[in-house]
Design a protein around this ligand. Sequence first.
Ligand SMILES: [Fe+2]
Length: 260
Amino acid sequence: MITHFARVELNTVSIQGVKQFYGNQLQFPISFEAVDEIHLQPSEHCKLVFKEGGQPLCPAHMAFEVPFTAFDDIVNLLQKAGVTLLQWSDGRSVDEFETGKNVYFRDGDGNLLEILAHTYVQEGVLPPSGYLKILFLREIGFPVDNVFAIRELFVELFDFKLDNVEDNFTFAIGGTAHVVVVSKKRKWLPIAMTALQPAMKVTFGAPNVQVLNRISNNLEGKNIPYTLEKDRLHFQIGDYNLHIQVTAFPENIPALLQLP
Ligand SMILES: [Fe+2]
C-alpha cells in the first residue's frame, strides 16, 4: 500500500551548515535553495527538506540504504569527505550484523545519520544515486511514549508489517519505508543518544488515489481527523505530522528489491 519515504522535512539552525554538510561533504544534489529553506535529493524518489525557523532542535534519525557490494568504498568516501564516523564502545565504526553492515555519523544539527547495506537487497533494481550511491531512504526514527500503541496504528491504518518486535523498539514497514518506532526511554546506538521527538514532517509515497481513500476510511474508523486533497492526505499520529502522497514510485520495487 505504502511504497516509500517520499519527503522528510526537518528544522535546522543553519541553511549554510546544511549546504556545507549535505551538499559539499555528502554531495547530495540540491534541487531548491532559498535564504531559509533548502531541498536535497539523496535519491530520485526522495526529497530531504530543511527549513530555518529559529526553533530549538531535537535531532532526528535517518538511515540510507546503499548497495552491499559498494559499502566498503562508500565508507572510504565518507572518510575522504571528512565525515567523522561514530564509534561503538570498542572503538570500531563499522558494525557487521547477520544480514549486512552499517556506519553512523551526525550532521551539523546533530541528526543521527546511518548508511547501511544488506546482503539480501537485490542490486540493479534502483539506480545508485550520487557520490554515496544511495538506493533509498530506509529508516526514519519515531521516538514515542507508547511503542505498542503506535506500531499497532501503523499496522491497522496502513497495513504495515512489523519486524524486530520488542517492548521498546519495532520496525513498522511499508514498501521500502522502515518506521523505527522506538521508546523515548531507549537511546539511539551507537552513542547512547537520547531519543527525542524531532519536529519533522514525513511524506510517504502511495501508488494511487485508491490507497489514499482506503487509508482515509481507516482514519475515520479510528476517529483520527485528516484532510484529503486530490492526491495528498494529511493527518497526525501521536504528535507526528504525516502526509501520504500519490507518487510515480513503481509499486513493484519493494518486491523486486527482495525486501523480506
Ligand atoms: Fe537505524
